[in-house]
Design a protein around this ligand. Sequence first.
Ligand code: AHR
Length: 507
Amino acid sequence: MDKKFARLTLDPDFQISRIDKRVYGSFVEHLGRAVYGGVYQPGHASADEEGFRRDVLDLVRELQVPIVRYPGGNFVSNFYWEDSVGPVAERPRRLELAWRSTETNEVGVNEFARWAKKAGTDLMMAVNLGTRGIEAACNLLEYCNHPSGTKYSDLRAAHGVKEPHDIKTWCLGNEMDGPWQVGHKTAREYGRLADETAKALRQIDPSIELVVCGSSNTGMPTYPQWEATVLEEAYNSVDYISLHTYYGNRLNDTANFLAYSDDMDRFIKTVVSTCDFVKAKKRAKKDIMLSFDEWNVWFHSDAADSDTMGNRPWSVAPHLLEDQYNFEDALLVGLMLITLIKHSDRVRMACLAQLVNVIAPIMTEENGPAWRQTIYYPYLHASKYGRGVALNTALRSSKHDTKEFTDVTDVEAAAVWNDEEDELTIFAVNRDLTGEITLETDLRGFVGYELIEHIALEHGDFKAVNSAAGETVAPHAASGQDELDGGMLKSRLGAASWNVIRLRKSK
Ligand code: AHR
């Protein structure tokens, strides 16, 4: 068999793009225990004066999450935002149709905006284009962003929030291509509605940025014609198109599972091409950027969720989508982050779905602590060290085939140059399951850079998980695995490992 190899060439002049930090965003939906029992749990030992869990806030701050999408997801397509504001005691309880739960509305727009402030994150707000339309979306924007002197801005002030929330990013509905969506529409119907809603919203606040719904995943029968049709209608009035994808190791084949980031890569390329096709057709000047505002691994909880929603509907904050992530999930999350960084010239926002308890990096115990899932770590590393300029790595790697994919590189990598701090970070996954591979990086363009550290996430058991009782899967210092000589770096990447190799210019 051929020798396995991986080579990169990094140079400050080989730039893909300055990364928009919002690529490291996340998502909190009114779903399961994400809000109630997750970010908010008055009475919990760690709750602050407003009922927000401090232990969760600490972890969200550690992750440096730049933006959080809210309040859905499928939830938003049956969301009556007016129910979620004003005196809490007067807020109605509602049947929540997407997840067949009861929504108490104890936490609403103003409370979540307070939480976001405490977490140091911005909001990406979604409007209901399922059961509602232009009017409700406009009223919500007026409530959130208009300073004062009108019905909804004064209502906000009467609710104790004098200053506008000034939310800059707005999603025009959610997954409107999906038959599961309340108020599901055809591409033409949705494209028209999105266009008209966008124009009205911009009249209220021209500074906002708008995300139109793309396909829910590449398996949708309407993909990618959906994107083309929706953009034919709404190209001029929106800024971003959304992409969503979730993968699962349903075949129980780790090598094949780790190749799903290649599917994500193709998805991004196809949506970029579709946007550019419509741009050409319309003789438009601007580019539509991509908002990959839902991505993750999601499948572990499928059976339990069908049982809960089917047999025990309408409870408050049920245990839903509580996937317990294992080591191989963390590797795929790392690979998906690498894919997003590689496309940072067009992917300007992305949301790891979700943040707390629901397919999340952070979990909470009702009467215990908050804890870090395996996927927490690649997300933390990318968010912390992936700020700056994405570099074209000129990656060359040996390859393998899997059940569903051909020509899968053994090593995947991205490099980010933080030009303000004079730091350079290489993110690399060795997706060869059997052996170590030496990654050779030509760094001669980065004169004076020295190795700071090599962090690795590896484990002998692909199915190893973390829990409140302890972290079986946690990063460690991979000291002694790198040699830097004359601008040539050799880094040993363990079999099936996530690696963060950090360098800094010597003073
Ligand atoms: O993130 C969970 C769900 O996945 C969201 O509500 C929906 O948009 C997607 O199908």
